[in-house]
Structure formats: structure tokens, C-alpha cells
Design a protein around this ligand. Structure first.
Ligand code: ATP
Length: 358
């Protein structure tokens, strides 16, 4: 299997409006992206942001309105899907219901006119890889959702494509199985070193699987970076709110030195916060504060009133009133920590190194 890189240059897809009153839809709007061979990249964003359309253009199911797509060095804009060195795993699995597991997976190899012996060899390897050995003769309707998804994955992998494309492949599985399958897909992808482009609107899927996450909105890329980059250094409030949970507290910049600021928050100074904005002293700013960077204590930085205190198992969840804002607090590993109650007046402390200003 020789994995390939993908380069997208100024890609645009406009769907014409249907009828008199429907306006045309700019589903993908000037998207440029370079995906390295062997990289696992996730297109993440809310429904309608253009991630599926981008993936379908790479697969060849949609023609770009403008822009270019390269697979390795080859421009593939006009190439039909079956000629592209890509394989897609669909949300709906798209298996042949009348074929058994073996015939579903072998289908593409038979079209390629491989010998029976070659097919046998490849299938045995792939069945083992995805954990389906022993189920070869099963009909598709006698498989669980997770097993069907494995068949879909095997059917794509057995073609040894240069790039593997995933369109929300785990959406139809229950929560526990989703977590198990995402780990397995990532393991297999790493083992084979295959390039993967994965579409999802599930941020935990994106965070746990990807080398790089591409956050999209309204047909455009807002930010592309490693899971840690987009989580800790979101480009804007949209990215910050889309990845994980965050408090957004409004303050005023009091001092700026390079990319660090002192911020006045509710009359108190929060010193030396990392800052990604353009503001100067006197300007407003927003602090992006993850709940796990907040702590409740007897003494500290900002006086607050607790309005909620709930045991969540791995953390104690507090809501603390701070001026007009309500701050969410996750006190992790709470077993041996003091537990505060709703109605108490306490202090909010912050892990300042984990806060980001915008
Ligand atoms: P979802 O997670 O809901 O699938 P998405 O981010 O994948 O969303 P796309 O499916 O790429 O979004 O759709 C982007 C926009 O283009 C949406 O507004 C959608 O309604 C529109 N769109 C997609 N396909 C077509 C089509 N064939 N004709 C007209 N409009 C379309």
C-alpha cells in the first residue's frame, strides 16, 4: 500500500438554487489544504459547513466549481471516482445486502480481475486486521452495526488505496461502540501508514483520532492544527466553543507585553495571560477558560457565589456566579478534595497557564 498526499487548491463548490426562490449555495468556499502522505486529518464542523462536499469532491462524487485537487502530483479534477486511488467508508456502510461478508469485501478485487488465490490471500489478511475472521460466510443482515462497519472498512482497505476517505462512519453506532471503533480505525490507519481524511461533527472523535483537525464553518476553513493547537490556541470563539467546553469571560486589557496580557476581570487582575488577539491596553478581550482550569477555594483570585454543586464521578461540577457570568468548574478527581455547596460564597482560582485570551 503506497499512501499518497492530497493537495487542495482554492476549491469551490456552488450548488445552483432549485426553483425561483432558492438561492445558490456556496457549500465550499475557497478551501486550500495540503495533506501529507500517512496523515490522519479530520474535517470538523457543524452541519452544513461543507465538510462532506469537500470529501465528495476528493472522492470524485462531486465536480468542483473551481479550484484543483491533486492526489500526489496528479491533478484529478476530471477523473471518475473509480479511476482515483481513493476508497470511501460511508455512514450508511453501503454494503451489498444479498452478498455475504466475503463477497462484499472481495467485490472490488474481482472487478480488478485478481486471481482466486490472490483474492484469498488478501482477504485472509484483511479479515484478521479488522477482526472478522470466522464471519466470512455470514449474511450482512446477520451482523451487528459494528460488524457491518468493519466489513465496510475491510472493503475499502482491501483495495489498498492511496487515500482512505471516511464520511461520518461511526454515526450509526451506539456511544460505547463508537469509542471502540474509533480507536481501532486509528490503530489500523497507523499500522498501514495510510493517508486518511475523516469527516465528523463529533469533536471527541476528531480530537482522539487526528494528527490534524481542520475546523470548517460556512464552507471555509477557520483553523487547521493538531488537536492540542486547536484546543489550547483556538483562533476564535467559534473554534473554542466547538472543541470541548469553555467559559468565555469578558474583561479589559490592562497591560500588554508581546503575546501576554494582564486582564481586569470583574474588578480583579488576572496576570500574564497568553493572548492571540490584536488588542491594546483599554480594549475589551475575552478569556477562554476551560472548566478544568478553574478551581473553587476558601481563598483566591475572584470572589464568586456557588449556584450549583454536583458530583459527576470523575469530577465535581460547580457553577459559580462571577458578576453577570456563570462559570463552569470541573474539579477533577474530587474524592479527597473539599466539597463546596451551592449557596456558599467562595473564590475562583484559575490555572493561568491554561487560559487563552482573544
Ligand atoms: P452534515 O454534517 O450535515 O453532512 P456538512 O458540513 O457535511 O453537513 P455538506 O453536506 O457539505 O455539509 O453541505 C454544505 C451545504 O451544501 C449545505 O447547506 C447543504 O444543504 C448544501 N448541499 C449539499 N449537497 C447539495 C446538493 N446536492 N444540492 C444542493 N445543495 C447541497
Amino acid at each position: 500500500m503506497s499512501s499518497k498526499g492530497v493537495t487542495i487548491k482554492n476549491l469551490v463548490k456552488v450548488f445552483p438554487g432549485r426553483g425561483l426562490h432558492e438561492k445558490e449555495m456556496r457549500a465550499v468556499d475557497d478551501v486550500s489544504l495540503t495533506i501529507e502522505p500517512g496523515e490522519f486529518i479530520t474535517l470538523l464542523g457543524p452541519s452544513g459547513c461543507g465538510k462532506t462536499t469537500t470529501l465528495r469532491m476528493i472522492a470524485g462524487f462531486e465536480r468542483p466549481t473551481a479550484g484543483d485537487i491533486f492526489l500526489g502530483d496528479e491533478r484529478i479534477n476530471q477523473m471518475s471516482p473509480d479511476k482515483r486511488d481513493t476508497a470511501m467508508v460511508f455512514q450508511s456502510y453501503a454494503l451489498f445486502p444479498n452478498y455475504n461478508v466475503w463477497d462484499n469485501i472481495a467485490y472490488g478485487l474481482k472487478l480488478k480481475k485478481l486471481s482466486g488465490q490472490e483474492i484469498q490471500g488478501k482477504l485472509e489478511g484483511i479479515l484478521k486486521l479488522v477482526g472478522l475472521t470466522g464471519l466470512e460466510k455470514r449474511a450482512i443482515n446477520q451482523l451487528s452495526g459494528g460488524q457491518q462497519q468493519r466489513v465496510a472498512l475491510a472493503r475499502a482497505l482491501v483495495m489498498e488505496p492511496g487515500v482512505l476517505l471516511f464520511d461520518e462512519p461511526l454515526s450509526n453506532l451506539d456511544a460505547q461502540l463508537r469509542v471502540q471503533m474509533r480507536t481501532e480505525i486509528r490503530k489500523i490507519q497507523k499500522k498501514l501508514g495510510i493517508t486518511a481524511i475523516y469527516v465528523t461533527h463529533d469533536q471527541s472523535e476528531a480530537m482522539s483520532m487526528s494528527d490534524r483537525i481542520v475546523v470548517m464553518k460556512n464552507g471555509r476553513i477557520i483553523q487547521a492544527g493538531s488537536p492540542k493547537e486547536v484546543y489550547y490556541h483556538p483562533r476564535d470563539l467559534f473554534v473554542a466553543s466547538f472543541l470541548g467546553t469553555a467559559n468565555f469571560l469578558k474583561g479589559e486589557i490592562r497591560r500588554r507585553e508581546g503575546d501576554h496580557i494582564d486582564v481586569c476581570l470583574n474588578g480583579e487582575i488576572v496576570p500574564d495571560v497568553e493572548y492571540g488577539g490584536e488588542g491594546k491596553p483599554g480594549d475589551p478581550c475575552t478569556l477562554v477558560i476551560r472548566p478544568e482550569a478553574c478551581h473553587i477555594a476558601e481563598q483566591g483570585l475572584i470572589p464568586v457565589e456557588l449556584t450549583l454543586s454536583t458530583f459527576m464521578g470523575s469530577y465535581q461540577y460547580y457553577e459559580a456566579k462571577c458578576g453577570d457570568d456563570t462559570v463552569m468548574v470541573h474539579e477533577n478527581n474530587p474524592k479527597n478534595k473539599k466539597e463546596y455547596q451551592a449557596g456558599e460564597n467562595r473564590y475562583l482560582n484559575l490555572d493561568i497557564a491554561d487560559i487563552y485570551g482573544l
